[in-house]
Design a protein around this ligand. Structure first.
Ligand code: ZN
Length: 187
């Protein structure tokens, strides 16, 4: 299992580099990310969180925690479980103007949760691990999780979406985390 980078580690603010070719190294990295995400009981993990500035993220939303997400390919509903775990390379997301608010956590911010407004439904274009194009729509927790991960790939963190009052409340937690994250780099 790889170590998850904590807030304070500057890699989390780096925009991921585009992946031009899906090499065996990228496939192995994605496999290790899936293992790390599962071991950490997360539902998504971005390359930055394991120390790589790449446009690569993995997602796995088990049926047991979420029955409400929907996914469509060519406007036809599909069974989400058939696509999990999901690997997205160079993802681009377009979201609806309609937004929903929900509480989010992040493996790089243990113990911190923040209410985040995100598009209710998204359209996603990416490559899969075979280098083949993926194009689908998603809503619910799946749509939210993908928006959270794609933010990571651009160096954006969920706390950036917090309102000023929430920022004030979580400030001590963030300061403690930042010290841990910075210790990670120097160790
Ligand atoms: Zn995160």
């Amino acid at each position: 299992m790889m170590t998850v980078c904590l807030y304070g580690n500057p890699i989390l603010r780096k925009k991921g580099r585009r992946i031009d070719t899906v090499t065996p190294e990228i496939r192995q990295l994605a496999d290790e990310m899936i293992d790390t995400m599962h071991a950490s009981e997360g539902i998504g993990l971005a390359a930055q969180q394991i120390g790589h500035d790449l446009q690569l993220t993995v997602i796995d939303i088990p049926d047991s925690i979420d029955h409400k997400s929907r996914m469509w390919i060519d406007h036809q509903p599909v069974v989400i479980a058939d696509f999990m775990p999901m690997v997205l390379i160079n993802p681009k997301v377009e979201g609806t103007k309609k937004k929903d608010s929900a509480s989010e956590g992040c493996l790089s911010f243990p113990g911190v949760s923040v209410e985040v407004r995100r598009s209710s439904r998204i359209e996603v274009r990416a490559l899969n691990l075979d280098g083949q194009p993926l194009h689908f729509d998603a809503d619910g927790l799946l749509g939210r999780c993908i928006q959270h991960e794609v933010d990571h790939l651009n160096g954006v963190l969920f706390i950036d979406h917090a309102d000023p009052e929430t920022r004030r409340i979580i400030k001590p937690d963030l300061e403690a985390l930042r010290a841990q994250g910075q210790a990670q780099i120097s160790s």
